[in-house]
Design a protein around this ligand. Structure first.
Ligand SMILES: *Cc1c(COP(=O)(O)O)cnc(C)c1O
Length: 376
């Protein structure tokens, strides 16, 4: 059994993917081939934003957004304490101070109450200017954007949606990667929509920002690549990845998203009485980048993980360490409020095998072994 079965996915999509790759090899336009612009159009339509600008990876996507907004020294950027490192790394890389905010135990996403408390504390101290909220769609579920938007408006902040894990999620009919003033995603192979290497994208409705994104991603280009009007970076999605993603996007929309939701429903139905299962808010829809359960304590979590490993069931701990306790942020004055929910989650969380090609039989094995270990 695989935690995320990319080999099986390839076997299913093989003829289309091989053909798409072969077309790129025949054309020879490995950078900025027509497949890249086509993909950007398809992604923008799918998500419902005016612009999609692809780039080298999900980390660069965040950096590009912060560059467009001119975020740097003296700025405070609010980031959930429970997320992948890049969400907090990129504001720090831009020279700003990431201020870590606690999350909600039920959804693993940024807590609006903790967010407002952190903003007020930064304003009270008066040393940093509050500028951006990085809202992460953790494990596939959109953050609580209706409430985060109210807070952003109240204090005049921008929302950067880190949708690296969130592509495919929704609130009502509105799709993830359209909730931020700028939103980003990642096509790292194991993300909900993954390519066969590194890749990322930035989404926005703002024409001026879209132009800046297109400039920053190619050496701050002006009218062409050899007219450089600002300091940028080299961060493009290559044509091979764009061609592969066009095939994968079709499968994602056609059935993969439905499949992972059926698996999640089944896990929740059959495990909900013995462990704490993840909660999806009313009207919210998750793309299930991860299905993470909560155990009683660290000993039970580690015991279960070791037991499942013996039974050849792969699991992962996302995340073992709060952002605020990462050595890289030491000395940065990133903590303003209580972060105890995150600390607790890091000790108790365990992600189970989850992908669109996980069979019912495999799901049953996972469920039965968990029940066996916990003696139900
Ligand atoms: C994976 C991930 C990123 C970074 O994406 P890369 O493509 O690996 O650079 C950023 N934020 C979150 C929440 C992620 O899970």
């Amino acid at each position: 059994m695989q935690f995320r079965d990319l080999q099986k996915q390839y076997q299913v999509l093989k003829s289309d993917i091989d053909q798409a790759i072969s077309q790129v090899l025949t054309d020879g336009n490995f950078i900025s081939g027509t497949q890249v612009a086509e993909l950007e159009e398809k992604l923008a339509t799918c998500v419902g934003t005016k612009h999609c600008v692809t780039c080298g990876n999900g980390t660069d996507a965040l950096t590009l957004a912060l560059m467009v907004w001119g975020i740097g020294a003296g700025d405070a950027v609010f980031v959930p304490d429970f997320t992948f490192f890049a969400s907090g790394e990129t504001p720090a890389y831009a020279g700003a101070t990431p201020v870590f905010v606690d999350v909600e135990e039920d959804t693993f996403n940024i807590s609006p109450a903790s967010l407002e408390e952190a903003i007020l504390e930064i304003k009270r101290e008066g040393k940093l200017t509050p500028r951006v909220i990085v809202a992460v769609d953790l494990f596939g579920q959109p953050a609580d954007y209706p409430r985060i938007r109210q807070i952003a408006d109240r204090y005049g902040l921008l929302i950067l949606e880190d949708g690296a894990q969130g592509f495919g999620g929704r609130i009502g009919q509105q799709r993830a990667c359209s909730f931020g003033d700028i939103s980003t995603t990642s096509f790292f192979p194991a993300k909900p929509l993954g390519c066969y290497g590194d890749g990322g994208a930035v989404f926005t409705d703002n024409d001026e920002w879209a132009l800046l994104l297109r400039s920053y991603r190619i050496h701050g280009k002006g009218t062409d690549k050899y007219d450089n009007v600002r300091i940028g970076m080299n961060s493009r999605l290559d044509t091979l990845q764009a061609a592969i993603l066009q095939v994968k996007l079709r499968a994602f929309e056609k059935y993969e998203l439905t499949e992972v939701n059926q698996t999640a429903e089944r896990y929740t139905k059959l495990l909900g009485d013995i462990v704490k299962t993840p909660k999806v808010r009313k009207e919210f829809y998750s793309s299930w980048a991860q299905y993470s359960i909560l155990l009683k304590d660290e000993a039970q979590r580690d015991g279960l993980q070791a037991y499942l490993k013996e039974k050849k069931i792969p699991t992962m701990v996302y995340y073992p360490k709060p952002m605020s306790r990462q050595g890289a942020f030491r000395g940065m004055d990133c903590v303003k409020t209580d972060l105890s929910v995150t600390a607790d989650l890091c000790r108790r969380v365990l992600a189970l095998p989850m992908h669109p090609y996980l069979t019912k039989e495999e799901q049953d094995v996972v469920i039965e072994e968990i029940k066996g270990y916990l003696k139900f």
